[in-house]
Design a protein around this ligand. Structure first.
Ligand code: AMP
Length: 223
């Protein structure tokens, strides 16, 4: 789909938190600085030191949507988010570069003391709470385990503690969140990192402006 307007600056869609923080050094390598912090500013459009580049701050799961519809020329999103997005919008995004940032892993986790192996062996039907329904469904199908999936939008760690689910499928980085909630990871599903995605029309019509940034991201993420 086409970019909304060719006279607006090049627009990069990012989510707050790890992806924003870990993108700053990549932008700095391209000579671009961001003066406002989305954690303290309420602005959703952030200017940069390059008048031809602005950043929009959106929810992580909305980054692919903004890029696919051309409201952003490019964006950075986790493999987890892209995989779920692709289930609903196949073939819409060009994903050229693994930036190797915001690394973590998608895991199955249960309450401490819950015998996951035994539950799987017994063939019990497990209740799984997750934001990552496609990845979870495919993981348990590969294992031949029957599951009921419950879609949540956040605070997945709570679900096993209050009896909503036997297990969760969630991202784990340091493991501190699981530990603080007396949960343990029992299975790794897939390693996750963030990728640069580019609107296909922008790649053609704004190549001159986009290419140096794409090249700088590729260089910075390879070092
Ligand atoms: P941690 O306590 O470091 O293991 O982080 C776990 C929490 O942070 C969970 O709520 C995850 O959903 C979230 N999380 C961890 N890594 C990422 C990531 N790369 N992108 C988005 N959320 C993440």
């Amino acid at each position: 789909m086409s970019p909304a307007s060719l006279d607006r600056p090049l627009t990069l869609a990012l989510s707050k938190g790890r992806i924003f923080d870990e993108t700053l050094p990549l932008l700095a390598d391209a000579g671009v600085h961001v003066t406002e912090d989305p954690e303290s500013s309420r602005k959703l459009i952030l200017p940069t030191s390059d008048p031809n580049l602005q950043i929009i701050i959106v929810r992580a799961s909305d980054v692919p949507t903004y890029v696919q519809y051309g409201a952003a020329d490019f964006g950075i999103a986790g493999k987890d988010v892209l995989y779920e997005h692709a289930a609903q919008h196949p073939g819409g995004l060009y994903q050229p570069i693994d930036l190797n940032i915001a690394k973590c892993r998608l895991c199955v986790a249960v309450r401490e003391g819950f015998d996951y192996e035994a539950a799987v062996l017994q063939g019990s039907r497990l209740r799984i709470a997750t934001k990552y329904v496609r990845a979870a469904r495919e993981h348990f199908a590969r294992k031949g385990v029957y599951v009921d999936l419950i879609k949540l939008y956040g605070s997945m760690e709570l679900a096993p503690l209050v009896g909503l689910a036997d297990a969760i499928v969630d991202l784990v980085s340091t493991g501190n969140t699981l530990k603080a909630n007396h949960l343990v990871a029992v299975e790794d599903i897939v390693p996750i990192s963030s990728r640069l995605i580019i609107n296909q029309a922008s790649l053609k019509t704004r190549a001159k402006a986009l290419q140096p940034l794409i090249d700088a991201f590729a260089r910075a993420s390879a070092t």
